[in-house]
Design a binder for this molecule. Structure first.
Ligand code: HEC
Ligand code: HEC
Ligand code: HEC
Ligand code: HEC
Ligand code: ZN
Length: 427
């Protein structure tokens, strides 16, 4: 069951009139943000984003323990590094107690993530990621106090996930035995942050003494809570659109603490916090200052170079008229309004040929390639512009619409309804 935010508010309201803190979530779990700093997709309502997460967490009294299961970003390259830095900075502001290292984090370099996490004051954990000499690269676990209990939070990465990375993965089953040895007599409960799907995590969680739950990863897209006879398995979903909120009852007289988990949606009712909004503005400034747009890697397009929309207009005034009246003609302006015209991750679908040789570079250098112009749908047409009688066809297909109108940015795209809005005939 998915609990919308107002339900949670209700709980806080009740608490004002004097209930025990145990009624508030004591642990918030997140994971696999995959680079989504802001609410994502254009599905309505948009969900997720660091600023809403911050609002949710700030509204919980007393402050809950915050745990993340890794894969903060998804890609590699300079922008991913800046994003990772921004994300761990945000988690640091919120006061995260542990981030389990995922393979996407490792791909940015163990030294890089260690340095950034240290700067942000967020402990990175993993009990089975070792360097070439076999020594662990991260702390295997952290010890926390939750409702008076000594809780060890242990991190593990699934063996299949770091195949092409310059690290040695210790078999998780072996790693967990080692940790159990180290923990003897030192903790009351354990939590497993398992960067792996349920079926791999379950036998590991079973080995751990007094395991409250295992937070898993790579378990599809949607969040999930699974109570098994062997214990509680949790998945916070992909892209951090939800969190798993956990209520633990204090252990009275040494009785087992009960654990209740629910999915909480990060919806629009959670107002962005100012400190995260400012951090994200700073992120955009860095992206601009470093001119990441100008540094996008480019491949030659097999059909050659672009002619530019204004060139097409000279010979195809009718098509130009239809296009000018469509939203495609304002796609660049849309980004300017959001101050995102320097972010390659946005610009790519709002201009022509960002990733191709001869494609869009900047509004000053290539104004004729801004917006979803003719050659954003048709193949590059410089040769056709120069000699239309020799190069007669300029292929386009309605099948290509989904390259931009895909599940992330236009999940409800309907070709039959959309095509008439942009249809243009000869000349
Ligand atoms: C110098 C004039 C000229 C320019 C510039 C020009 N075209 Fe054409 N285009 C033509 C002519 C002539 C034809 C031949 C078919 C016709 O009579 O419509 C044609 C045909 C086409 C066709 C139809 C081909 C088919 O298979 O039926 C498309 C699509 C097209 N042009 C798109 C473009 C685009 C996009 C641009 C800009 C990159 C462009 N044209 C620039 C003159 C031009
Ligand atoms: C290069 C990326 C790209 C491609 C390819 C593309 N679009 Fe779009 N489309 C956009 C963007 C970006 C917008 C939003 C523009 C804005 O509002 O600023 C948009 C907006 C639209 C809109 C207006 C939204 C609405 O519902 O009123 C329609 C209709 C549309 N596209 C149809 C199509 C169709 C049909 C195709 C394929 C023939 C197509 N698009 C191909 C990027 C693309
Ligand atoms: C994969 C291609 C793609 C990428 C990447 C992309 N967009 Fe778009 N964008 C679209 C399409 C397609 C539409 C039109 C669909 C619609 O209007 O819902 C659109 C529409 C929009 C709109 C208008 C939506 C509305 O409600 O009218 C805004 C604003 C926008 N995009 C901003 C961004 C920003 C900011 C980024 C970067 C974080 C971005 N886009 C990245 C494809 C993309
Ligand atoms: C959103 C994508 C898109 C954009 C933008 C676009 N076209 Fe097209 N265009 C198509 C598709 C798809 C077809 C093929 C129609 C079909 O599926 O039968 C086409 C067909 C054409 C044709 C041939 C029509 C016919 O009767 O055979 C011409 C000419 C043309 N486009 C010119 C242009 C020009 C000029 C521009 C820019 C002003 C432009 N197009 C912008 C997608 C686009
Ligand atoms: Zn992963």
């Amino acid at each position: 069951m998915r609990i919308p935010y107002p339900a949670l508010l209700l709980v806080s309201a009740v608490c004002l009139t004097g209930c025990r803190p145990a009624e508030q979530p004591s642990i918030i779990c997140t994971g696999q943000r995959k680079g989504y700093l802001e609410p994502c997709g254009f599905s309505r309502p948009q969900l997720g984003g660091l600023a809403r997460l911050d609002r949710l967490i700030s509204s919980i009294e007393p402050a809950p323990v915050l745990l993340d299961n890794g894969d903060l970003t998804m890609r590699v390259g300079r922008q991913a590094h800046i994003k990772w830095q921004t994300t761990i900075g945000a988690l640091g502001m919120m006061g995260y107690s542990a981030v389990n290292v995922g393979e996407k984090d490792l791909a940015l370099g163990a030294d890089f993530i260690k340095a950034e996490a240290a700067a942000a004051n967020v402990p990175l954990i993993s009990a089975n990621i070792a360097g070439p000499n076999g020594n662990l690269l991260f702390k295997p676990f952290v010890m926390l106090k939750i409702n008076g209990l000594r809780v060890a939070v242990i991190g593990l990465l699934g063996v299949d996930f770091a195949k092409n990375l310059p690290v040695k993965l210790i078999d998780p089953a072996e790693a967990i035995e080692r940790v159990i040895g180290q923990l003897k007599g030192k903790c009351d409960r354990t939590i497993l942050l398992a960067h792996m799907p349920y079926e791999q995590a379950q036998p590991l969680a079973k080995k751990l003494p007094e395991c409250l739950f295992a937070l898993c990863a790579h378990q599809g897209d949607e969040p999930d809570i699974k109570q098994t006879t062997d214990g509680l398995l949790l998945f916070a979903g992909s892209k951090s659109k939800y969190v798993i909120s956990i209520k633990t009852k204090p252990a009275d007289g040494g009785n087992a603490a009960t654990v209740k988990a629910e999915e909480v949606e990060l919806g629009p009712k959670l107002k962005d916090t100012r400190r995260i909004t400012e951090l994200l503005t700073f992120y955009q400034q860095v992206v601009r200052m470093e001119d990441l747009l100008g540094k996008v890697p480019r491949a030659p397009h097999p059909k050659g170079l672009y002619g530019g929309t204004q060139a097409c207009a000279k010979c195809h005034p009718a098509a130009m008229k239809v296009w000018s009246n469509s939203k495609h003609a304002h796609a660049y302006e849309t980004l300017v309004k959001q101050n995102r015209q320097y972010d390659p991750e946005c610009v790519v679908c709002h201009v022509i040929g960002l990733k191709n040789v001869g494609g869009y570079r900047s509004i000053e250098a290539t104004p004729q390639l801004a917006n979803v112009g003719c050659e954003a749908c048709h193949v590059p047409g410089k040769a056709h512009c120069d000699a239309p009688e020799r190069y007669k066809t300029l292929e386009a297909s309605r099948k290509w619409c989904v390259n931009c109108h895909g599940p992330d940015h236009d999940p409800r795209f309907d070709l039959e309804k959309s095509w008439p809005k942009i249809e243009h005939k000869k000349k």
